[in-house]
Unconditional design. Structure first.
Length: 336
């Protein structure tokens, strides 16, 4: 039996596909490394606590991590433009308190949820206005709104926790708009795909990267810098509010301090996911994986029985490692 030699056209047909796979692997090498790290952490915890590898525990990790995933996607948009949003944790808390209070005043679940989302719209607009129109530094602006929203979260109900009055509100988190897929997973997947597609494939999404790389150059190229930054801050606060709604739907209770640690975790997730705090880089996939990494670590700490007070130290260490890796990678690329 003889074999015909491979034609040049067949080889040429395979070469673009090979280059495309290599390009894809190169573009998402950070995300692939994070995914592998998550698997290694899960296996390490599982070697100590076998139930950590059970399907039930994976479901718990996903449901517990969904609010952080959604919040991190919003923070990512701001970080890509070269900004920072320190207010997301307080907006998260205030959203829960406003929603619960609205229900206590007789509003139904939908009306109360819209009232909660209005918190994100208002604070996102304030952040965007003060950064883009007034020209204040993002750190200063969002530090102010962090303090104001956090204070209002206590004022709304005098610091008391509030039960959720609508008995069907749990469906927002645990119901199934698509049969077989819990809503908390569906929302994360839809937002992940939508934001990744927006950033990578749409012109307005590419503006975010251009503004973060150099707002001056972006302006000279005709990109609406102020509008792009404003959109980023509004989206960040709206997603923080939505994550707050998802959380109170899960626990059916609103706490004025519920989001106190989430701001650090959301920024950590974005940085761990490969985004630079200097702007211009980052992917939605990376932010989601960074949030999952934090959630898996927290879950492992609880299952192993380590004092939960160490979670903040572990998160801080994860940020340090991610920043050092990013800095080392950039220095190596600049030497080539």
């Amino acid at each position: 039996m003889t074999y015909a030699p491979e034609t040049t056209s067949a080889k040429a047909g395979r070469e673009p596909a090979t280059r495309q796979r290599e390009s894809l692997l190169s573009a998402y090498r950070t995300e692939i490394a994070i995914a592998l790290a998550i698997v290694l952490v899960a296996l390490a915890v599982g070697s100590q606590v076998p139930q950590a590898l059970s399907w039930g525990n994976f479901a718990n990790i996903t449901q517990a991590g969904a609010p952080l995933i959604i919040m991190s996607l919003g923070v990512l948009l701001v970080v890509i433009t070269g900004g920072i949003d320190l207010s997301v944790g307080s907006v998260f808390s205030l959203t829960g308190m406003v929603t619960a209070e609205a229900m206590a005043q007789g509003l139904g679940g939908v009306g109360a949820a819209l009232a909660g989302l209005s918190v994100g719209l208002v604070f996102g607009s304030i952040n965007g206005f003060l950064v883009t129109v007034v020209g204040l530094a993002p750190f200063v602006v969002t530090l102010i709104t962090f303090a104001v929203a956090g204070s209002l979260a206590f004022i709304v109900t005098n610091g008391r926790s509030m039960p959720i009055g609508d008995p069907d509100f749990w469906l927002l988190n645990s119901g199934s708009l698509v049969p077989g897929i819990p809503n908390y997973i569906l929302f994360c997947l839809v937002l992940l795909i939508a934001i990744e597609f927006f950033l990578k494939k749409m012109v307005a999404g590419r503006w975010f990267y251009a503004v973060g790389s150099s707002s001056t150059a972006a302006y000279l190229l005709g990109i609406p810098v102020k509008r792009t930054k404003f959109m980023a801050y509004v989206a960040s606060s709206l997603l923080a509010s939505f994550s707050g709604l998802l959380t109170i739907s899960y626990i059916l209770n609103a706490e004025s301090t519920a989001g106190s640690s989430l701001m650090l975790q959301a920024i950590a997730a974005v940085v761990i996911g490969g985004a630079s705090l200097l702007g211009g880089t980052g992917t939605a996939i990376g932010a989601v994986l960074g949030a999952l990494m934090i959630t898996v670590i927290q879950n492992g700490v609880n299952l192993i029985g380590i004092n939960s007070f160490w979670q903040g130290s572990v998160t801080g260490l994860a940020i340090l490692v991610a920043v050092l890796i990013d800095r080392f990678g950039k220095s190596r690329r600049s030497q080539r």
